[in-house]
Design a protein around this ligand. Structure first.
Ligand code: BGC
Length: 267
């Protein structure tokens, strides 16, 4: 088995469950040492670290609120202290606080923007500062650093009842593209992954209800809900030199959800 990320250090935010935990495990399988960030699920993060260690990898868990500047600084300091380096940031932490627009509180709006968008900004800024200073390390990667943002199909598909979430992902798209444009010359690669419906805690309400799952499947041409591993495969690829010439783009991993299946035989 190839070790695509041998000797590299990765930080994955929101890695105590779902897509983030699969990402941490997959990156470690390819030889990366991983900082497993969590906000409140300490046990979840500990079990991801334990699983990586059981397979002979290296990982630490790090508590931090990605929307808090000080907390993000402390998290990066912990990565540097443990591994002395950073090559890959997977800015994955994300939340939903759903409400009809006219009932959405400012707190619900702010909470989602703060975690999903400001959190991505703070983490990427810390990573870029380091990548700029450090530059390319020969024999490790042909890029000076790789940033992968976790977006959503809702960077493109409008989502009634979830305006704060869709706005955060739309904003993230131009954060990603503008940053990629700004740092390409410094050999820093910045991309997003836009997952569709992936079976995690964030949408448990939907997939655990048979009738709602049936409705959801109508939106997925490939006719199954995704699993975190589907997304983790893409993360490994975007983090590795296999995608060296890929910069400023979004990889949709959605079973075709963005193909607007409602238009089959319609419109
Ligand atoms: C959301 C999920 C949803 C999926 C498809 C994701 O970004 O977090 O709750 O199932 O998009 O709509």
């Amino acid at each position: 088995m190839g070790k695509l990320l041998k000797g590299q250090v990765a930080l994955v935010t929101g890695a105590s469950s779902g897509i983030g935990s699969a990402a941490a495990i997959f990156l470690a399988k390819e030889g990366a040492m991983v900082g497993v960030n969590y906000h409140s699920d300490r046990e979840g993060a500990a079990s991801v670290v334990a699983e990586i260690k059981r397979s002979g990898g290296k990982a630490i868990s790090i508590q931090a609120d990605v929307g808090d500047e000080k907390s993000v600084e402390t998290m990066f300091a912990a990565v540097f202290e443990e591994f002395g380096n950073l090559d890959i940031l997977v800015s994955n932490a994300g939340i939903q606080q759903d409400a009809a627009f006219h009932k959405m509180t400012l707190a619900q709006w702010n909470k989602v923007i703060n975690t999903n968008l400001t959190g991505a900004f703070l983490c990427a800024r810390a990573a870029v500062k380091y990548f700029l200073k450090r530059g390319v390390v020969e024999g490790i990667s042909r890029s000076a650093g790789k940033i992968i943002f976790m977006s959503s199909v809702h960077q493109e598909i409008p989502w009634a009842g979830h305006v704060n979430y869709a706005a955060s992902k739309g904003g993230l798209t131009e954060l990603m593209r503008s940053l990629a444009q700004e740092t390409a010359d410094d050999m820093i690669r910045v991309n997003s992954i836009a997952p569709g419906a992936i079976k995690t805690n964030i949408n448990k309400e939907v997939w655990s209800d048979e009738a709602r799952l049936k409705e959801l499947l109508k939106l997925i041409p490939y006719n199954r809900i995704g699993v975190p591993e589907d997304v983790a495969e893409g993360i490994v690829w975007l983090a590795s030199d296999k995608s060296e010439y890929v910069n400023g783009t979004t990889l949709f991993i959605d079973g075709g959800m963005t193909l607007y299946p409602g238009f089959v035989g319609n419109g």
